[in-house]
Write a protein that binds this ligand. Structure first.
Ligand code: KG4
Ligand code: ZN
Length: 384
């Protein structure tokens, strides 16, 4: 086991504090964001006034045949698409690169080939046009999106649920996070994706499972039919576990009569699965709210972020929980829950406003936890 090097998480306390001054004071910093950490190739231009001036995003279809993202295929596809994505947002805004106040790019965590493509592109443009760079943690991009789209003053409680992550954090400020809990095995998005794959619903699995679950006419009956486990529910922690749930879905499918899974069966399994995930999240979040409100009673806000935050059932459940507990609930619009470049541009703006820009030799990371206390087995970074 290796304890992660905290210096990779620059926070205002450790940074040289000279806020970046916008070229145009009226609209604030104008930042080009670039996102290439998984299978979305995206560029966006966002202002300090919270205007998304332009966005361009390709969800790579190149992986359809494989039932999941293939890292090498993703990296090559980013290389093919990224230039056009950037050109598209520059054309839409009629800005030149020299008009930009900064370029913000995902520097990790993610698939290293894709992160490399985005980082090298950002560094090249920044060097040629003498524009400051900001290396953004993709997770911080998700974490701060609600501050672009909603009113979410620091501190707030964050549920971050995506394809690779599932954690509950207190967000004290830019670069300042305390982890209350996290998954001990699979991420919740991964559980959605694997359920979809087992049922042959395609990738990404989350939206497909949600759509199939909506075809179930009696969720209570579906849950009685397919009784799925709720790992860690009732235990006094804010951690998650989804691997047992995934295995139970596998067994439920295997127990069906031989032949193709009927639409009715698929709908019932998806509804039972989604409701069980809902139970797990509600239980964990109830405990997290207790802990958070114990120390931050004056800032009762819960933010949900990451691709799984696009799920309407889970959003509804969190809305209800917040109403019950007297918390303000902030969830970005669906298109800004899944990976996008506007969130990277915005996180860049928040950092630049605090003076946190980066040198052009910044490293990129396959793993990059938000919270400095995270213990992981093999930290990896690479200089570009
Ligand atoms: O944040 P994101 O776009 O990429 C990562 O950083 O991982 O999240 C992608 C994940 C995938 O696992 C996808 O299946 C899931 O978010 N997802 C959903 C929904 N939309 C996307 N899961 C459940 N319901 C959805 N509507
Ligand atoms: Zn993401």
């Amino acid at each position: 086991m290796v304890l992660y090097n905290n210096s990779m998480n620059k926070s205002p306390a450790s940074a040289d504090l000279a806020p970046l001054v916008p070229k145009n004071a009226a609209r604030g910093l104008v930042v080009l964001g670039i996102e290439t950490s998984c299978d979305e190739t995206a560029a966006a231009i966002v202002t300090g006034n919270k205007d998304i001036l332009a966005q361009s995003l390709i969800s790579q279809k190149d992986h359809a045949a494989y039932g999941g993202v293939v890292p090498e295929v993703a990296a090559r596809a980013h290389l093919t698409y990224l230039q056009d994505q950037i050109k598209s947002v520059m054309d839409d805004t009629q800005l030149t690169f020299s008009d930009l106040d900064a370029i913000a790019v995902t520097a990790g965590p993610g698939l290293i080939g894709g992160v490399l493509v985005g980082a090298l592109m950002a560094k090249s443009i920044a060097l040629v046009h003498n524009v400051p760079l900001i290396a953004v943690n993709h997770l911080e991009g998700h974490a701060l999106t609600a501050r672009l789209t909603d009113d979410a003053p620091f501190p707030f409680l964050l549920l971050l649920v995506s394809g690779g992550h599932c954690q509950i954090l207190i967000v004290h400020g830019v670069g300042e996070y305390t982890r209350l809990g996290a998954t001990i095995d699979d991420a919740v998005g991964e559980a959605f994706d694997k359920t979809a794959k087992m049922l042959g619903l395609g990738y990404p699995g989350g939206p497909a499972v949600e759509k199939m679950a909506a075809r179930c006419t009696d969720v209570a009956a579906a849950r009685a039919r397919f009784s799925l486990p709720r790992p860690l529910v009732g235990q006094d922690s804010c951690d998650f576990s989804f691997s047992g749930l995934k295995t139970a879905v596998r067994r439920a499918i295997d127990a069906l009569p031989a032949g193709d899974v009927s639409v009715q069966d698929a709908a019932d399994i998806c509804a039972a699965f989604q409701a069980t995930v809902g139970d797990i999240i509600a239980d964990r979040m109830t405990r997290a709210i207790d802990r958070y409100m114990g120390t931050n009673p004056a800032r009762p806000t819960l933010v949900v972020a990451g691709g799984v935050a696009a799920n309407q059932y889970l959003r509804g459940l969190l809305t209800e929980l917040c109403a019950k507990r007297g918390l303000h609930f902030a969830a970005p619009p669906l298109k800004l829950c899944t990976d996008n470049a506007a969130m990277i541009a915005w996180a860049g703006i928040e950092r630049a406003q605090l003076g946190m820009t980066d040198a052009s030799d910044f490293p990129i990371y396959t793993r990059w936890p938000l919270d400095p206390d995270a213990v992981i087995s093999s930290p990896k970074s690479q200089k570009t």
